[in-house]
Design a protein. Structure first.
Length: 311
């Protein structure tokens, strides 16, 4: 309901159609995963009917799918006679789909543009709740694509310690929290137009965390969510960013580069300095300045800190 409401608020003249397949989706997981083919086929038939009977242009069709629904959208796009405009996958399900062929899962071939949010890819590929591999033209991994801020297992364990068995009720929410964050991030992109989150193209989350990928040159950055710039790369572009734990999720990414000059060999095991960030409302945060890449360098040597982020 929140996603539908946000879509209408952003596009009041749009037709938002919700596919209700809860009866099949709530089965034992392998059964529900198998049903994605049948539901995808039905969606493809309906979309084709909209185009043939109502002359709805293909370029005005945008499919959104969450978890198993992302693969339903992909299968539907694969089965239509003409490529639809866009498919957005919100943390597509991982188990049984991580190594599936393109006809049975969401892929970049299913629409003119496919963008994907990965928010719960923790663990081995076969056990990850969300699919780990890139499957779209642009695949965005907020906070590395694993656990999301606010979805903290320590808080859940604390609740169990304080409330006993009643605290176990939070375990279900813990499992879903990072998975469902993909939906809330997309809603955020619809509602907070002036606070759009920016993602940066990078080879890995480790490289991003080292501060090596905060460039917007040559389409190396893009907006997360509804307002994404539809850039079609020859290969899937993996992008990363940090977010807050609540809406609006946008944070500002800062990077400080320092040139160190010394006649002595530098040892990076010791923390040489910290950086203080002062906000416009009087807030202050001290952030360690961590020199990257090596333990010993012969000066003069340029170095950069990992990116810092603040809201």
């Amino acid at each position: 309901p929140k996603l539908v409401s946000a879509l209408y608020e952003r596009e009041p003249n749009a037709n938002v159609i919700v596919v209700d397949w809860l009866t099949r989706a709530n089965q034992h997981y392998p059964t529900s995963a198998a049903y994605t083919k049948l539901v995808g086929r039905d969606v493809a038939k309906f979309v084709t009917w909209l185009q043939s009977e109502l002359q709805l242009p293909w370029e005005r069709i945008h499919l959104l799918g969450y978890s198993l629904g992302a693969h339903v959208a992909g299968i539907a796009g694969d089965l239509t006679d003409h490529k639809i405009s866009r498919i957005t996958g919100l943390d597509p399900a991982g188990p049984t789909f991580e190594h599936a062929d393109n006809q049975n899962t969401l892929s970049r071939d299913d629409a003119q543009f496919v963008d994907v949010l990965h928010t719960n890819t923790r663990g081995s590929p076969d056990r990850s709740i969300g699919i780990q591999r890139p499957v779209g033209h642009i695949d965005i991994y907020p906070n590395g694509g694993t656990f999301q801020p606010g979805c903290d297992i320590q808080n859940t364990l604390l609740g169990i310690a304080l409330e006993g068995i009643r605290g176990l009720q939070n375990m279900d929410q813990l499992v879903k929290c990072s998975h469902e964050r993909s939906i809330h991030l997309f809603i955020d992109s619809l509602l907070n137009i002036r606070q759009q989150s920016m993602a940066y193209r990078c080879g890995s989350k480790e490289s991003f965390n080292k501060g090596l990928c905060l460039s917007c040159r040559k389409n190396r950055c893009n907006t997360l969510g509804y307002n994404i710039n539809k850039v079609r790369m020859t290969r899937s572009a993996k992008m990363y960013l940090k977010t807050r734990e609540m809406m609006p999720y946008k944070v500002f990414h800062y990077q400080v580069k320092v040139h160190v000059f010394s006649t002595d060999q530098l040892n990076f095991k010791e923390q040489p300095m910290k950086i203080s960030l002062y906000g416009t409302h009087g807030e202050k945060e001290d952030i360690p300045f961590v020199l990257s890449d090596a333990e010993h360098l012969t000066p003069p040597c340029p170095s950069s800190s990992p990116p810092m982020w603040t809201s």
